[in-house]
Design a protein. Structure first.
Length: 900
């Protein structure tokens, strides 16, 4: 059907199919990719546009309905290089992180200010309630709208800031205008579209695959199955246990069995539906404890135990305690729910290789997995970073990369693959569900003498990062406390549930919920204030951890606790009703910075200083990924500080540069920041010697101190450094309805040194929001291996109505040996937010609440606490053993790093 519409003031005539949405019309037909696709159901607001002056979600408006009407998008707001005042306010207030949600939020906020020039805080929240943001925690968005309205004055970001200042983001302007190109925005001449056919079963034998009908479907260029993979048939982040395409067996719902390339996305989807696959359903291993049974079906031939970690220090069985408490705690499977969807564009090259643009967290390890599967040497696989719309761990694993490259090499055409929201839920890993049995023993005066912890994680169908997540969780399981006698048994198992891997916190949130809940129970039994109990037992520099590691770095734990509790509590709101109960909860947590267990971690960066027309200017080349946390801005701040220049450009990341490692483990400010600082130092020395008559370029690699693995008793110098955090949450619970609201959060974080105050606040606020989600609403519901809520309609993440004000306190005690004394900040608030909020819910209701998310039925006492027959059995495998490693299935990260 031919439609005619005014698009940003220009009359356009376009022939559209009946099923085409306004979003697809704007993005695919007209190239207006500032309107983002994130949910496809009108739930997230990322695709907000004006239709005849009214804001709508373009993803749920049929394109045929805009015939004869006016459409206005985010691209129409800026006039040349002059930003709309609201766009400028977003930059000044630090309201931009990954930026995927930003165009939709800008549209919604502009619409609000056009109607109400001076809105209240509540008015802003109500107006933006339909726009989701996963990164910011919403506070900076509120600040931006207030700033644009002129109601309040704020400490705003400077255009060019050095270390310790809040600089404007180097990628901010394209993000607020919609010009920033994400993986799902990529386009190329002669481009075709790729899709995957995924298994509807969680466990099944593949009897046959017939692609005949699909191959002859309109527009189809290629249909590939496992037998068409030219190289290695498997890949994996740590162990190569996951098939590129399933052949004999599928092990989780959504596992890819075939891929299709066709002229259009709709043609590719229809062709995939024509592939005939005969499945024979097999028994499903759906429960992590059942996976340990001797008679359990085997998810893999080598057994269901992926890794077991045993840690023993002192004599926990013989320890004499006056008081013992024990408890059992569960956490659900949580999705990263990054608004930016997986996407990439693979382009075949004349040398028989492939150029890949993709949103990822780790370019070089992607290549190390991709090239063998393509049957190519690594130098023929060139990867460039596409815009990443958030990650939180979900882009550490392969998603579209191998499939897009296979199709590009087969068709000789550029191939774009981009997931929709439902496919994204099936196409990436999630946070491990956990079950923790914990027992603390203490003296009457409140000093811990023993801890005994049994930890079980559900790794799902494939390994991903599970071995490393288990090691992290196990080493943190006794809490940030001095405990002389400790036993920890940690196990991660294979099941037929969705694969689990990296997510913000990396094993620490699950155990923090358990040990902090147990500390509150111990405080109650002893009659000691919970804060005082933590102060009496908190680790300090010189403490010995359960692994025998001596804490040599900064550990201002006492100050973290004291700064948190010193934040004034909010005043009770008047006239809230007799059924409303207020509760206050507190949690203390910790997390490692950088890789652990003997990784020889390193990051490379190149810096050039040259004379420019307006003074010296610098360029930085790094393969490090900024997926929204502000790394490139921090890099520019470091260069400005070290070289005294104002103009700094950070060039696009690619595998043509030396590896900078993954953007994970809160490591990049330390690692790539350290490499940039070192390069600048060498440039300064050269500049002093000869001046700047010619450009000066230096490349440096930064290494942190070496660590070790765990021995048979779980002893070792495993972590590079640790950071500590405390949060206090205030909640209100409606005892009649079972509804909870978080009213206020105070956070104090051990940060080493603040590089970007505004950005640091944003990380704490955003991390707290993710922890709030796990506490109150987020659960990927899986029944017998089948995901029941793979959409933003049913998988709920916090909105601007759910996240309260977060007051952040920075505790600055420099970390020895780290550049500027910094510590990573991105994960810590997620670790403690969940237990702090649940502690507050317990205080308000008096209920046990030993699983998250906490449901209304839990608050009303309708659903009993989670129970178990007893601690999961310790598997009959050697401590520290990772099963695939000794079967030699593939190179783990440690071997990959050593091979560099």
């Amino acid at each position: 059907m031919l439609i005619r519409a005014s698009i940003n003031g220009t009359q356009r005539a376009v022939d559209v199919a009946p099923e085409t949405s306004l979003l697809a019309l704007l993005r695919d037909e007209l190239g207006l990719t500032g309107t983002k696709s994130a949910c496809e159901e009108g739930e997230c607001g990322s695709c907000s546009v004006w239709l005849d002056g009214e804001p709508v979600c373009a993803c749920i408006v049929p394109a045929v309905q805009v015939d004869g009407r006016q459409v206005r998008t985010v691209e129409a707001l800026a006039e040349g290089e002059e930003l709309h005042p609201l766009q400028d306010a977003f930059l000044a207030a630090g309201a931009v992180q990954c930026g995927l949600c930003t165009p939709g939020l800008v549209v919604a906020a502009v619409d609000l200010l056009d109607r109400e020039p001076s809105p209240s805080d509540e008015g802003i929240r109500q107006a933006l309630a339909g726009n989701l943001c996963r990164c910011t925690g919403y506070q900076k968005i509120l600040d931006a709208v207030h700033l644009a309205s002129g109601r309040v004055g704020l400490l705003t970001a400077a255009p060019h800031g050095a270390v310790g200042e809040s600089a404007r983001r180097v990628d901010g302007i394209p993000k607020v205008t919609g010009a920033f190109v994400y993986g799902s925005d990529l386009r190329a001449d002669r481009m075709v579209r790729g899709v995957a056919l995924r298994s509807p079963y969680a466990s099944a034998r593949v009897r046959s695959i017939d692609v005949t009908r699909a191959e002859t479907a309109p527009g189809v260029h290629a249909v590939l199955t496992a037998e068409d993979v030219p190289g290695k048939p498997t890949f994996g982040l740590e162990y190569s246990d996951q098939p590129v395409l399933a052949s004999d067996v599928v092990r989780f719902q959504g596992e890819p069995v075939a891929i299709v390339a066709a002229e259009t996305l709709e043609q590719a989807r229809r062709a995939a539906e024509l592939i005939d696959v005969e499945y024979e359903p097999l028994p499903v291993v759906a429960d992590m404890e059942d996976a340990l049974r001797a008679d359990a079906p085997q998810v893999h031939d080598f057994g269901n135990v992926l890794r077991h970690v045993h840690i023993l220090r002192g004599d926990p069985e013989g320890a004499e305690a006056d008081v013992w408490v024990e408890g059992y705690y569960e956490t659900a499977m949580q999705d990263q729910a990054a608004l930016g969807l997986e996407g990439g564009l693979a382009i075949p090259t004349e040398d028989g290789g492939v150029d890949l643009q993709v949103n990822t967290q780790w370019l070089h390890v992607d290549r190390q997995q991709i090239a063998p599967c393509l049957g190519l040497p690594e130098e023929k696989v060139r990867i460039t970073l596409a815009g990443v719309g958030g990650a939180f761990g979900s882009r550490e694993d392969i998603h579209v990369q191998i499939h897009a490259c296979l199709l590009a090499l087969r068709t000789g055409r550029p191939v774009k693959m981009a997931y929709g929201r439902e496919e994204s839920f099936h196409g990436h890993v999630h946070r491990h569900p956990s079950r923790v049995w914990i027992r603390y023993g203490a003296t009457r005066d409140g000093h811990l003498v023993a801890a005994d912890v049994r930890l079980l994680l559900d790794g799902g169908a494939y390994a991903s990062a599970s071995p490393a997540v288990l090691a992290n969780a196990s080493t943190f399981a006794a809490g940030p406390y001095d405990v002389p006698n400790v036993r920890i048994e940690g196990t991660v198992v294979y099941t037929n549930n969705p694969p689990c891997g990296a997510m913000r916190g990396f094993g620490a949130p699950q155990v923090c919920f358990a040990y902090e809940s147990a500390m509150d129970a111990l405080a109650a039994k002893l009659g000691i204030d919970p804060i005082e109990l933590r102060l009496r037992n908190a680790v300090r520099t010189g403490s010995v951890l359960p692994t025998g590691q001596v804490l040599t770095g900064s550990a201002p734990v006492r100050e973290v606790i004291e700064r948190c509790v010193a934040v004034p509590l909010p005043e009770p709101e008047p006239a809230r009703g007799d059924a409303i109960r207020r509760g206050v909860g507190f949690a203390l947590g910790f997390k490692n910075i950088a890789y652990s267990e003997g990784f020889d971690d390193a990051a490379e960066a190149t810096v050039t200083l040259r004379a420019g027309a307006d003074g010296p200017e610098a360029e930085v080349w790094t393969a490090a990924v900024d997926y929204g946390q502000g790394l490139y801005t921090v890099i520019a701040q470091i260069v400005r500080t070290e070289l005294g220049v104002e103009h700094v450009v950070v060039r696009p990341a690619s595998t043509e540069l030396g590896s900078a490692g993954s953007t994970s483990a809160s490591r990049q400010t330390t690692m790539t920041g350290g490499a940039v600082q070192a390069a600048c130092s060498e440039i300064r020395a050269e500049l002093a010697a000869r001046g700047l008559a010619a450009p000066i370029t230096r490349t440096c690699t930064y290494h942190h101190r070496r660590t070790t693995g765990l021995d048979e008793e779980g002893q070792g110098d495993i972590h590079v450094s640790l950071a500590f955090v405390a949060e206090r949450a205030v909640v209100e619970v409606d005892e009649e309805l079972g509804l909870a609201r978080v009213v206020h959060v105070a956070a104090a974080q051990d940060i080493g040194r603040v590089i970007h105050p505004q950005g640091a606040e944003g990380q704490i606020e955003g991390g707290t929001a993710i922890g709030l989600g796990l506490a109150l609403m987020e659960e990927l519901q899986v029944e017998e291996g089948i995901v029941r809520n793979a959409s933003f309609t049913d998988y709920l993440i916090p909105t601007i109505l759910d996240v309260p004000q977060v007051v952040s306190e920075f505790v600055e005690e420099p970390e020895p040996g780290a550049p500027f004394g910094v510590k990573g900040i991105g994960e810590l608030s997620t670790v403690v937010a969940t237990p702090a909020i649940v502690a507050a819910l317990r205080a308000a209701t008096g209920r046990k609440l030993n699983r998250v998310p906490v449901a209304p039925d839990d608050l009303l006492g309708i659903r009993p606490p989670a129970t178990t027959a007893g601690p999961a059995p310790v598997p009959d495998v050697p401590g520290q053993q990772a099963i695939p490693e000794y079967l030699g299935l593939g190179l783990g990260q440690q071997e990959l790093m050593r091979a560099r």
